[in-house]
Design a binder for this molecule. Structure first.
Ligand code: CA
Length: 224
């Protein structure tokens, strides 16, 4: 899943992007309202994290305009202003949640999950395929009750395949969801992760398999 982070504090943005990446939420980073506008017009995001104090204006004004234009993108507003009135203003402007700096990245993550769940984008639930059970919230895989350790990207890829429920995940979509714009991406990066995931599934006795649809992408299904 991909989120847009609009924050002019580059160090904070990097720390948040790292924390979100560990939960398989890839982040595109914009440092101004203008940059955010451009990114929103060219990419599809599941959520936005929006700072208020931006070099070219108040993030809240930007959000209010977006809401008036009918855009319902789930949004957490970040602010250094912690007064009750600022919080009310944020929620009035159409924020789904509001966080006062400083906060822990884990708390942001928890709130993101909550708003995505409310919006039906992020279903806190377990998805299954054959004898494989994957907890989408915690990125935890169990096969026949045994936990299988996965890296964040392996888990992201598996979640993507399972959520498509037997439909093909194109290589392009997988790259988009698993890597950020600053990741150096070899042409076979997805193949590498598919290979590792297949090995882990196989050695754990999975009865679900990842099938290659040549020239298109991958899907997961119960082994015949
Ligand atoms: Ca700021």
């Amino acid at each position: 899943m991909r989120a847009l982070l609009v924050e002019d504090d580059v160090a904070l943005a990097a720390a948040l992007a790292d924390a979100l990446a560990r939960a398989a939420i890839m982040v595109d980073h914009a440092t101004s309202i203008e940059e955010a506008r451009v990114r929103l017009s060219t990419n599809a995001y599941a959520a936005m994290i929006l700072d208020r104090g931006l070099p070219d204006g108040d993030g809240l004004v930007f959000l209010r305009n977006m809401r008036q234009a009918g855009k319902g993108l789930p949004t957490v507003v970040l602010t250094a202003r912690g007064e009750v009135q600022a919080r009310i203003d944020g929620l009035d402007a159409g924020a789904d949640d509001y966080m006062t700096k400083p906060f822990s990245p884990d708390e942001l993550l928890a709130r993101m999950r909550a708003i995505l769940r409310r919006n039906g984008t992020y279903q806190g639930r377990e998805v299954t395929c054959a004898n494989l059970m994957f907890d989408v919230d915690n990125l935890a895989l169990r096969i026949e009750g045994q936990t299988v350790a996965l890296s964040a990207r392996e888990a992201g890829l598996l979640g993507l395949l399972l959520r498509r429920d037997g439909q093909v995940v194109t290589k392009r979509l997988a790259e988009d969801q698993l890597f950020g714009p600053n990741d150096l991406l070899g042409s076979n990066a997805i193949e590498v992760y598919v290979h590792r995931l297949r090995q882990k599934l196989e050695s754990a006795g999975s009865r679900a398999e990842i099938v290659t649809i040549r020239g298109v992408g991958y899907l997961i299904k119960a082994r015949q």
